[in-house]
Design a protein around this ligand. Structure first.
Ligand SMILES: NC(=O)c1ccc[n+]([C@@H]2O[C@H](COP(=O)([O-])OP(=O)(O)OC[C@H]3O[C@@H](n4cnc5c(N)ncnc54)[C@H](O)[C@@H]3O)[C@@H](O)[C@H]2O)c1
Length: 266
C-alpha cells in the first residue's frame, strides 16, 4: 500500500516510537491522526507538522476516544487506510515483594488493559472503518461508478516487545500483555483477509525513547552491551523504517517481526 495520500491512525504518536512513525508517514506524503494521552506533546507535534497531521486526545482503552480518532480521520482525510498502535506502558512488578507479600493486582491488570485490550480496541474500530469503506466502494463498483480491486485495502500494525518471548523477572504484566499482542496477530489477519486488511506485529528490542530514559544509566549500559550487533539501543527511526516497509509490502501479513539487533533477554 502506498503511504502517499493515504491516512493512518498512530496511537502513542506523541512520543518515542510512535512519534518517529508519525514523522516517517508525513515525510512520505501520508496523513496522520495522532491519538495519545499526552495532549501538550500531541498539540506541539501537529503545530510543527502542519496540514497532514491531526491530534485527538485519546486513551486507547476507551471505545469512545478511539472512535473519535477514527471519526477525525474520516472527517479530515476522507477515511483511514491503517493504524500503527504504539501506545503502551511498562509495568515492573514482581509476583512477591521482599517480604513475600503478593503483587498488587491492579498494577498487573493496568498493563494488560492498556497494552493488550487497548490494542484490540484500536484494531476493532479501525478494521470496522476500513471494512465499511471497502464495502461501500465495492457497491459503487457493482454499480459501475468506480474501478476498485480487492487488493491491500488496509493495514493494522501492533507493537509487542521481545519481552513477549524473553520476559524477565518483574515483567509478568508487561510480558504477558505483549504475548497477548503477539497472539492477536494471526487470528485477526485470518479474519480480516476477506476485507483485504493485513495485520502485522513488530516486537522491538531496546530502543532509545522516553520510555527507556526512565531506567538508570548503568542498566542502560548493560542493555547496550547485551545487543550482539549493533551494540547500542535501537533508534526510533529504525522502527519507523520497518513500519513504512510493512505498509508498502503487501505480502507481509499475519507475522511478528523482531527488531532487536539479535538481543535475547536473559
Ligand atoms: N522503547 C523500547 O525499548 C520498547 C521496546 C519494546 C516495546 N516497546 C513498546 O513500544 C511502544 C512505544 O514505546 P515508546 O518507547 O515509544 O514509549 P513512550 O513512553 O516514549 O511513548 C508511549 C506513548 O504512548 C502514550 N500512551 C500511554 N498510554 C496510553 C493510552 N492508554 N492511550 C493513549 N496513549 C497512551 C504515552 O502518552 C506516550 O506518548 C510501547 O507499546 C512499548 O511497550 C518499546
Amino acid at each position: 500500500m502506498h503511504i502517499e495520500k493515504n491516512s493512518f491512525l498512530v496511537t502513542g504518536g506523541a512520543s518515542g516510537l510512535g512519534e518517529a512513525v508519525v514523522r516517517a508517514i508525513i515525510a512520505q506524503g501520508g496523513n496522520v491522526v495522532i491519538a495519545d494521552l499526552n495532549e501538550s506533546a500531541g498539540h506541539a507535534l501537529i503545530n510543527e507538522l502542519g496540514d497532514q497531521a491531526r491530534f485527538v486526545p485519546c486513551d486507547i482503552t476507551s471505545g469512545d476516544d478511539v472512535q473519535a480518532a477514527v471519526d477525525m480521520a474520516e472527517k479530515a482525510f476522507g477515511g483511514l487506510q491503517g493504524s500503527v498502535n504504539c501506545a503502551g506502558i511498562a509495568v515492573v512488578q514482581k509476583l512477591l515483594d521482599r517480604d513475600n507479600n503478593p503483587a498488587d493486582l491492579e498494577s498487573f491488570s493496568r498493563g494488560v488493559n492498556i497494552n493488550l485490550v487497548g490494542s484490540f480496541n484500536v484494531a476493532r474500530l479501525v478494521a470496522a472503518s476500513i471494512a465499511k469503506r471497502v464495502a461501500s466502494e465495492a457497491t459503487m463498483t457493482a454499480e459501475g461508478n468506480t474501478e476498485k480491486n480487492n487488493a491491500d485495502q488496509g493495514i493494522i500494525i501492533n507493537t509487542a516487545s521481545i519481552a513477549a518471548f524473553d520476559g524477565q523477572v518483574g515483567q509478568a504484566s508487561y510480558s504477558s500483555s505483549k504475548a497477548g499482542v503477539v497472539g492477536l496477530t494471526l487470528p485477526l489477519a485470518r479474519e480480516l483477509a476477506r476485507h483485504g486488511i493485513r495485520v502485522m506485529t513488530i516486537a522491538p528490542g531496546v530502543f532509545a525513547t522516553p520510555m527507556m530514559q526512565s531506567i538508570p544509566e548503568k542498566a542502560r549500559e548493560q542493555l547496550e552491551a547485551g545487543v550482539p550487533y549493533p551494540k547500542r539501543l535501537g533508534n526510533p527511526t529504525e522502527f519507523a523504517k520497518l513500519v513504512t516497509h510493512i505498509i508498502d509490502n503487501a505480502y507481509l501479513n499475519g507475522e511478528v517481526i523482531r527488531l532487536d539487533g539479535a538481543i535475547r533477554m536473559v
